[in-house]
Design a protein around this ligand. Structure first.
Ligand code: ACO
Length: 330
């Protein structure tokens, strides 16, 4: 069974409560109809209730079964505002400011999760990554023991000889522009867990650089060497190797020549890039030039799953992302 089908099957069983914060956006409404038809999640749409009803009537979209909430008038506003004031008391947030920001569905959605009224959220079809992520980071925050949220892509290849049965995981392609060595180590360890829990693969993690085992000297190489060491300390059982160039990570021949005896070199299925520029460009190169399907970014490290869509997303991208979000909420 294809990865996305496995994820959907799992989501169906979990039946989680997922918030679609951009509730009056057309692709989102079409996705909500499919999600409800296929019983992939319980759906809450945020937005102007009258407007949502008008759009669905006009477009012939059936969302009966979805909960619709208007963040500007919802009965939970006072409760959420009190929680926000408490969470942001060191920042001096006032109740009035909290109530004002709750008008924004991108704040209201994370607060529903924080209050236990929902299990996960997605947005981003009409909002930037930063605007989706900021309230999530401020109020939902990270998992215990994790200090950074990062984003992975599942790269699905037609050639099943690549990665694990055609699946590879790339990180961090979405969040931290220039991770330090500690953050890079955390990204590696968290990505390995995500690879296991969502893609069912046993991770072999390559810490990528422009150098393999000391072939070049530079502060950027040192960062990857140190990150690899820290990741080893954090997860001693994890199969991880670095610093590796991409060919050493993927080609058995080059890998064994440059990092002999490595359990990862030549057979990596998780690629951790040294920074966001390389990762974001890298996944798009593989998607555009190698024709791989890129599923993501799937955010990891957050205390509850909140995922960001691309503004060019399709209806089926939204459906898939809700299914992934639901499985992350397990
Ligand atoms: N993990 C955990 N917490 C974080 C992280 C992180 N990665 N980044 C920021 N935070 C926290 C901060 O500590 C801060 O907390 P506080 O307010 O309680 O002190 C809060 O989040 C807000 O942080 P700021 O630094 O004020 O927020 P900023 O405006 O820098 O936003 C953001 C952070 C949005 C993640 C930023 O790093 C960003 O824009 N990253 C790039 C996103 C992007 O454009 N990606 C490429 C597109 S996606 C794609 O193509 C697939």
């Amino acid at each position: 069974m294809e990865l996305i089908e496995q994820i959907k099957e799992k989501a169906r069983k979990l039946h989680k409560r997922i918030v679609l914060a951009e509730g009056s956006e057309l692709r989102t409404l079409k996705a909500a109809e499919i999600l409800l038809q296929e019983s992939l999640a319980r759906i809450t749409l945020l937005g102007d209730i009258q407007m949502i009803k008008e759009i669905t009537l006009r477009e012939g979209i059936n969302i009966s079964g979805a909960e619709i909430k208007d963040p500007r008038t919802d009965s939970r506003r006072e409760h959420y505002a009190a929680m926000m004031v408490e969470i942001r008391k060191s920042k001096g947030l006032t109740k009035e400011e909290a109530l004002e920001s709750l008008n924004n569905p991108l704040v209201f959605g994370p607060m529903m999760i924080k209050a236990g009224d929902a299990d996960g959220e997605i947005a981003g079809a009409i909002n930037s990554t930063g605007d989706v992520l900021r309230p999530a980071l401020q109020y939902v925050k990270t998992l215990p023991g994790v200090s950074v949220v990062s984003g992975v892509f599942f790269m699905l290849f037609k050639n099943k000889a690549l990665g694990d049965n055609g699946i590879m995981v790339f990180a961090d392609c979405a969040v931290i522009p220039d991770p330090d060595e500690q953050q890079l180590a955390e990204i590696a360890v968290t990505t390995a867990k995500t690879a296991r829990s969502i893609a069912n693969i046993e991770p072999r993690v390559a810490m990528l650089s422009f150098s393999t085992k000391g072939s070049a000297q530079h502060a950027r190489v040192d960062k990857v060497v140190n990150a690899t060491r820290i990741a080893h300390e954090m997860a001693p059982d994890l199969m991880i190797d670095g610093e590796l160039q991409l060919d050493a990570a993927l080609s058995e021949e080059v890998g064994q020549l440059k990092s002999p005896g490595s359990l990862v070199a030549g057979k990596a299925n998780v690629l951790v890039f040294p920074g966001l520029e390389a990762a974001n460009i890298g996944y798009k190169l593989v998607q555009r030039l190698a024709g791989a399907e890129a599923i993501g970014p799937v955010l990891q490290g957050m205390a509850a799953p909140i995922n960001d869509l691309s503004r060019g997303c399709s209806v089926s991208d939204i459906v898939n992302m809700v299914a992934i979000t639901a499985t992350q909420a397990e």
